[in-house]
Design a protein around this ligand. Structure first.
Ligand code: AMP
Length: 502
């Protein structure tokens, strides 16, 4: 992460206010380079993929340059898919939230023309759309580009792959000559290079760093998961992994607090670590992790810089890092003092291209992380419950407790089995061990990777692990680094009281 702050970059005060409200701590590397270049009016060529913060890298400076009082299209963004168009439009809405009058319009094929025409008539400063539909509007004269200040091609290589390159070039040839242009692409195939040479002369080029460094002693895993299932995935990881100290990395200060609150509500000893805490509070939080007063820290990259705590057995990348350098730093927070460590990366379908980049940067492939199936998790819970219970049969106070139960049983004319059941009910109200498996809510399937026998991942799905015919299923035997059910090592924890939320 860069040392710079957003305030140093020269953004418009209204835009800056919105970023503060969103809670971004520092610019991501691509933002630190792209924002000043775009603010100064240069064309920009950004080699970056989703997850690097590229949307804000162009949206923030371009918004800083528009005339908000003018309701005509001033920024035009071309995106390969409807989903991305909507996502980028939403990002613009967020970053322009402090503008008095602001309209962004997503336009894409498959949608009725009428509402788009009405919205275009009402006026919007930013239009985000798929190439085909944008071209239709240009040809019909329903989209006018006379006031256009900037054009962005987002995910240019995807637009090429999807066969939109002719439409893209047709649009490029229609924008005013003095219009600023930016092109973002994860890769640079020859046709995209040609577009860049023709339409983005003398562009400033920014690339995310991809230096290679070997990550030793750290087993790296990746878990494909849909964004809305990340919390479920995390909860399950924390339940089954033999953790001692854990650092969870997220993107924003707000998210450190939110996620820490959610985990705390689930019984974990957890604290947020972010740039809003003063030096003393940060030191205290790290000290709490060192001494075992806290087991989990939810941190941003900046706040966790240089953090060195030996008992950190796991680094969980809840949000993908911004560049490979950030990733290498994050996973390096485990495996300290010659110990081994484990890093688990949650990755959503849109971020899947990160995998290859990170594997290249660390010189090591990532193993697919295997979550236990609901059935296996159920068995694990029962085994843990049983182990805890049996632990008490050796307790010195057992005789006294039995006498107490005998007395209760006799007075209430009950047998001991019923009383034992009642006690189990009581214990289970804090940590259920026997959830019914017939409700999907009870133990939902989490991974975005289909299980063996499921449908193969299609477009937008996930690739399989290196050299594997299909992702291994926990049911069919545990994978490397995955403890077999009931045989967990309970690193640094009391026997019989493993990673259960406390
Ligand atoms: P993108 O690469 O544009 O798809 O952005 C990926 C995610 O990073 C989005 O959820 C953004 O909200 C988030 N993001 C972008 N810039 C920052 C930043 N400077 N700090 C924290 N999160 C960011």
């Amino acid at each position: 992460m860069s040392e710079q702050s957003f305030a140093d970059l020269g953004l418009d005060a209204t835009v800056l206010e919105a970023i503060i409200a969103v809670g971004y701590e520092t610019p991501t590397p691509i933002q630190a380079e792209a924002i000043p270049a775009l603010l100064s009016g240069h064309h920009l060529l950004g080699v970056a993929q989703t997850g690097t913060g590229k949307t804000a890298a162009f949206a923030l400076p371009l918004l800083s340059r528009i005339d908000a009082s003018l309701s005509e299209p001033q920024i035009l963004v071309l995106a390969p898919t409807r989903e991305l168009a909507i996502q980028v439009a939403e990002a613009f809405t967020t970053y322009a939230s402090k503008f008095e009058r602001f309209h962004v319009l997503p336009v894409y094929g498959g949608q009725d023309f009428r509402p788009q025409l009405q919205a275009l008539k009402r006026g919007a400063q930013v239009i985000v759309g798929t190439p085909g539909r944008l071209l239709d509007h240009l040809r019909r004269g329903t989209l006018k580009l006379d006031s256009l200040k900037a054009l962005v091609l987002d995910e240019a290589d995807e637009m090429l792959r999807m066969g939109f390159i002719d439409d893209v070039e047709a649009i490029l040839s229609k924008v005013p000559d003095n219009c600023q242009r930016a092109l973002f692409s994860a890769t640079m195939p020859p046709q995209i290079q040609k577009v860049a040479r023709t339409y983005l002369k003398d562009a400033t080029e920014v690339r995310i760093k991809s230096e290679t460094r070997t990550v030793e002693r750290i087993a790296q895993f990746v878990l494909p998961v849909y964004a809305e299932r990340k919390l479920d995935a995390l909860t399950r990881i924390l339940e089954v992994e033999p953790t001692d100290g854990v650092i969870i990395f997220v993107r924003t200060k707000a998210e450190t607090t939110l996620l820490a609150e959610k985990l705390s509500a689930r019984g974990h000893a957890v604290a947020p670590l972010n740039g809003d805490l003063n030096q003393r509070q940060r030191e205290q939080t790290v000290e709490d992790l060192k001494r075992g007063r806290k087991d989990i820290i939810v941190a941003t990259d900046v706040a966790a810089r240089g953090l060195d705590v030996e008992r950190v057995t796991h680094v969980i990348n809840y949000d993908v890092p911004y560049d490979t350098e950030a990733y290498i730093h994050r996973v390096g927070r485990t495996g300290r003092a010659g110990r081994s460590g484990k890093a688990i990366l949650l990755v959503t379908p849109r971020e899947r291209s990160w995998l290859r980049t990170l594997e290249r940067a660390t010189n090591s492939p990532m193993e697919p992380y295997q979550l236990p199936s609901p059935k296996d998790l159920q068995r694990l819970r029962v085994e843990q419950f049983e182990a805890q219970l049996l632990g008490f049969t050796e307790d010195g106070k057992l005789a006294r407790s039995m006498a107490l139960l005998d007395d209760i049983a006799e007075r209430n004319d009950m047998d001991m089995a019923m009383l034992a059941g009642a006690l189990a009910c009581w214990l289970e109200s804090a940590q259920p061990a026997s959830l019914p498996l017939d409700t999907p809510e009870a133990l939902p399937e989490i991974s975005a990777e289909p299980r063996r026998g499921g449908k193969p991942p299609g477009k937008g799905g996930f690739r399989k692990g290196p050299g594997k015919a299909a992702p291994r299923n926990f049911r069919n035997g545990p994978g490397k680094g995955q403890p077999p059910a009931g045989k967990k090592k309970h690193g640094g924890k009391k026997k019989g009281a493993p990673n259960q939320p406390r």
